[in-house]
Structure formats: structure tokens, C-alpha cells
Design a protein around this ligand. Sequence first.
Ligand code: F6P
Length: 323
Amino acid sequence: MSVKRIGVLTSGGDAPGMNAAVRSVVRTALFHGIECYGVRRGYNGLISGDLIKLDEKKISHIINRGGTVLYTARSKEFMTEEGQQKAVSTCKFLGLDGIIAIGGDGTFRGARALSKYGINVICIPATIDNDISCTNYSIGFDTAANTAIECIDRLRDTMQSHERCSVVEVMGRNAGFLAMYVGLAVGATAVLVPEKPLDFEKDVIEKIRQARFNGFTHYMIVVAEGSACASDIAARIKSSIDLDPRVTVLGHIQRGGVPTGRDRVNATKMGFMAVELLLAGKTNRIVCTDNGNYTDVDIDEGLSKERRIQEMEVNVLAAMTGI
Ligand code: F6P
């Protein structure tokens, strides 16, 4: 297949490093003499024909910026057949030989819909939730985790001075990867994740009692948003034990900020790989990484599995909080 002109879009929740991925796609495309168009506001931009031609200048100084210069959206219209047909018409009208879609599982489902109409698509995983089963790393996770870790370290200072209990809610949608990673990194008293049914007495109260018995006078409870609501957990702690916890919901703070080196380099490699896959005549694929090795899988296969928290992490957490 000859590839002369492609489109790149970002869709779903933004993730730090998306800009680095866009930059890499454009630079790799230009390196091969391919024209590259940026689709604005995710699939909405394909529906309305909101595209801009990208060159070196337009993507300069974005590798270090959070968010996405292409804007993003969760397009309701694209979920309809009519919306998808409009998007396909735009691709055909502009003569796009392929679309590179950067985002999470919703973005991949959108790409799969396009591919059913014969549009060549390659997906790049970017979500702070890190919940894409076929890749052990999604762009944005490292930056979001480090942001949460820094916030919790700050909280710890004041919790320690006042000898308080802090309940911190972190993002992750239905997955606990972010909460687990952050909880291990801050040395949390307890970490609640949706993958494990909550036993409040055992998972929270016993952990606090244990820590108190070991001489601690402040306690950090990390709650994944998919597991429970931090204010409910704080209220239950207050009514079960002589503590008056303070609640912090980190929220969208976790989605912003300067991407880490890890996110920039991963995004750069994945963007490169996505263009190379199109050039190799591949379509309906997701770029994946497995501890430094880069591969690609079919979108259907990638979406069919559930990503599970590693048993190793659960065991480490048990050891860190169980003495
Ligand atoms: O998927 C990324 C994510 O940040 C989730 O962690 C969170 O549940 C959701 O998006 C928040 O979405 P919104 O930006 O629409 O509030």
C-alpha cells in the first residue's frame, strides 16, 4: 500500500505525553515524505472535517507539554452509524491513507469502527489508567503516578505534624493500577483497589490498628476511585475508630503537567512505530510494549482481554502493610 497522507487524532481523557506522540507521528511521517493532518477534538473532528496540516513548526516545543494540542473529546455522534459514515467521508475526501488514533479503549473501539469501513487505523495507548490489557504500559501513567506521589508526600508532612489519618482518592476509572502503584510508592497504610472486594474491617481498620501498634501516629489510606468514595471511607473510619480523617480527591490534577522522560520516550517510540506499521501495510492494530520490547496486536484481540493487577504487587503490598 502506498501511504502519502495520514491523519492523527487524540481522543478520550487526555494523558501527559500525548503531545510527544503526536510530534513523533508527524516527524516520522515527514521523514518518509508523508503528509500529516491533525484531526482536532478526536472523532468529532473527523465528522466535521476539522483538520489542520501539521509540519515541523506546528509541532515544535510540544514534547514537554501536558494535555493535547489537538484537543480531545469523547464523541457521542461518532457512536452512531451516521457519525461514522461522516467521518469515513472526510477520510475519503481528503485522501487519508490511514488514521493514527491516540487514547484508551474507547478510542480503540472508535478506530475499529473506522476500520470496518475500510479505513486503515493504528492505535497508540495513552491513558493514565494504564488499563489496556495488551500493553503493560500506556502513555501518561508515569507522569500521573509521579504527580499523585508528589501530592501525597506533601500531604504526609501535614498529616504527620497533626497525627492524622488521610484518605486520598486517586483516578483510574474501573482499574486500580494507578492506586496500587502510588500506594506502594508512598508507603500507604492501606490501598483499596476495585480488583479486590473491600473488607473494611480487615483492609482498613486492622491496618490502622497494626500501624498504631507499631508506633505510627499518622495513616495514609489510598483509595482507587473505582473501589470506593474517599469521603465514605473517611466517614466509616470516623465512626469505627478514634480518628477524624481528612479527605483529598486528587482528581484532574493527575491528568496535567509536564510529561516525564519515560512518557516522552515511550510516546516517541510508539508514534514512530505507528507510522512504520501503516507503511508496512498493517491496519486495525494497537502498538504495545512489554518491558521495553515494542510489538503490535489486532484491536479485537487487544480489547478482548482484561488487564489484571499483578499478584506480585498484591503480595508486596501485603508484606509492606502487614507487620
Ligand atoms: O480515563 C482517564 C480518566 O482520567 C479516569 O481515570 C477518570 O475516571 C476519567 O478519565 C475522568 O473523566 P473526565 O475527564 O470526563 O472527568
